[in-house]
Design a protein. Structure first.
Length: 418
C-alpha cells in the first residue's frame, strides 16, 4: 500500500500538526507500506519539497488571469469535480462555489495542482491523505478526483472550525471517505458542525515518540545543572506566546500566591516565544516578579525535556474562542511522561488530555482564583502530586506511544481501500 500525504506543515516545524506528520513519516519507515509526503519545507527519501504556501492577494488574480496554464488547470479541475458521479450534483456545485467565493484559496490550490500533477503522474499511490483540513483540504480533494483515489483528511481543531453554519466547506467534509480526528471532543464538534455520518469519522490520538523523550539525568542532578534549588517549587509552561494560551494568568497567579504565602520559594519558567512575549515580560516587571519568573525563549528538545523533568507542575490555562480551540494539548502528555502532574483548562480537547483528579487538574476558563487554588493544592499535597505524575506516566506509555498509533493509521488506510 502506497499512501500519498500532502501537507503545508511539516518538519522542521514543531507545532501539533507538524509533530504528528513527522512522527507518522518516521514510524512508517520500517513498515511494508510506503508513505510519500509532499510538503513546503523538507526533501529526503520519499519526501518532496513541492508544496507552495505563498499567500496570494486579490491583485495577484490579474496576473493569474493572463496565464493560459491557469485557465487550463481551473477548467480541468472543475471538470474533474463536476463529472464525479459518486458525489451528489448539488454538492459538486457547492464545492466549486466555495473556491469561486474564495479566490485567494483558488489561486493557491490551482498553483499547487499545476505544480504537483507532473510529479504525481510518475508515482504509484493508492490513496490520498490531507495533512490537515485547512486550505490544503481543497487541494487534496481536487487531486483525489484527478486520480480517482479515495480521500482521507486529518482534522485537528481550528482547521475545521467555520464561522458561518452555511459555509460551503461543509461539502468537502461530507464527501470525504474518512476523517481522522484526535479525540472524542473533536469528533463530536466536527460531526455536529458539518453534519457528518458516524462511519466517516475515526479517532486516533496524538502521541509521543518515547525514544526522543529519554532523559537519563535525575531531577536532583538537573536542578544542580541549572542552578535551581532542590526545595524550590517550579512551575513550567511550554508553548507559543499567543493570547489564547493565557500564560499571563499564571503570572498573575504567582503574584497572588506570593502575597498569600510570602515564604514560598516559587519559580515559574516559560519556554517558547511569540507575539505576547513582550507583554508577558512587562507584566512580570509590573508585578515585581522578575526573581520568580524566567523566560527561556525557544529551546532545543533536549533542554526542553530537561526542564519538563525538573519541574513540579506543568500549566497551560488555555481559553477557547469561537474560531480558536485547543484540539488536544500534547504538552500535557509530554509533561506527564516525566511524572509531572498538569493543570489545564476544562475546554476543547484538554478534557481528554487530562484525567481530572488522576493525571492532573482541570480549572474553569479564565478563572484566576481557581488556578491559584489548584496550584496551592498540589503544592501542599506532595503525595497526591506524586501519584498524579505516576499515573500520567503510565497512561502515556499505555495509550500514547507512536509505536502503537502508527498501526491504527495503517488500519484506517487499509479499511478505506477495502
Amino acid at each position: 500500500m502506497n499512501i500519498l500525504l500532502i501537507t503545508d506543515d511539516f518538519y522542521p516545524n514543531f507545532g501539533g500538526v507538524a509533530n504528528v506528520l513527522w512522527n507518522l513519516y518516521k514510524f512508517f519507515q520500517n513498515k511494508e507500506h510506503k508513505l510519500l509526503i509532499f510538503n513546503p519545507y523538507s526533501k529526503f527519501e520519499n519526501v518532496y519539497k513541492e508544496v507552495i504556501i505563498k499567500n496570494y492577494v486579490l491583485k495577484d488574480l490579474a496576473c493569474f488571469l493572463r496565464e493560459r496554464e491557469f485557465y487550463y488547470y481551473v477548467i480541468y479541475s472543475f471538470w474533474k469535480v463536476i463529472k464525479d458521479k459518486n458525489t451528489p450534483f448539488s454538492h459538486r456545485l457547492k464545492i466549486l462555489m466555495f473556491l469561486i467565493f474564495k479566490p485567494k484559496i483558488l489561486m493557491k490550490v490551482i498553483k499547487n495542482v499545476s505544480n504537483l500533477i507532473p510529479y504525481l503522474k510518475k508515482l504509484n499511490f493508492d490513496i490520498i491523505v490531507g495533512g490537515n483540513s485547512g486550505w490544503i483540504f481543497s487541494l487534496v480533494y481536487i487531486l483525489s478526483r484527478f486520480f480517482n483515489k479515495k480521500l482521507i483528511s486529518i482534522a485537528y481543531g481550528n482547521d475545521f472550525l467555520i464561522r458561518n453554519p452555511l459555509s460551503l466547506k461543509t461539502y468537502y467534509f461530507r464527501n470525504t471517505d474518512k476523517i481522522i480526528v484526535i479525540n472524542n471532543q473533536m469528533k463530536q464538534i466536527i460531526k455536529k458542525m458539518h453534519r457528518l455520518n458516524e462511519h466517516q469519522l475515526e479517532i486516533i490520538f496524538v502521541g509521543l515518540n518515547l525514544k526522543e523523550f529519554d532523559v537519563k539525568t535525575s531531577k536532583k542532578e538537573l536542578r544542580r545543572e541549572f542552578n535551581i534549588p532542590e526545595k524550590q517549587f517550579v512551575l513550567l509552561s511550554v508553548g507559543r506566546h499567543v493570547p489564547r494560551k493565557r500564560f499571563d494568568l499564571v503570572i498573575k497567579a504567582v503574584s497572588v500566591i506570593k502575597k498569600l504565602k510570602p515564604s514560598l520559594n516559587i519559580k515559574y519558567i516559560l519556554i517558547g516565544a511569540g507575539q505576547k512575549t513582550l507583554y508577558l515580560k512587562n507584566l512580570t516587571k509590573q508585578l515585581n516578579l522578575e526573581s520568580h519568573i524566567e523566560f527561556l525563549g525557544s529551546c532545543d528538545l533536549e533542554k526542553r525535556n530537561k526542564f519538563y523533568k525538573l519541574s513540579d507542575i506543568f500549566l497551560m490555562p488555555v481559553e477557547t474562542k469561537k474560531d480558536n480551540i485547543e484540539g488536544f494539548g500534547i504538552v500535557f502528555l509530554e509533561a506527564n511522561y516525566y511524572n509531572v502532574p498538569v493543570i489545564g483548562t476544562a475546554t476543547g480537547g484538554i478534557v481528554e488530555a487530562i484525567i481530572d483528579g488522576e493525571t492532573g487538574l482541570l480549572i474553569k476558563p479564565n478563572d484566576l482564583n481557581d488556578l491559584v487554588e489548584k496550584i496551592l493544592y498540589l503544592y501542599e499535597n506532595e503525595n497526591i502530586r506524586k501519584k498524579m505524575g505516576e499515573k500520567g506516566y503510565r497512561r502515556v506509555i499505555k495509550d500514547f506511544s507512536w509505536d502503537d498509533l502508527v498501526h491504527q493509521y495503517i488500519k484506517v488506510f487499509s479499511d478505506v481501500l477495502g
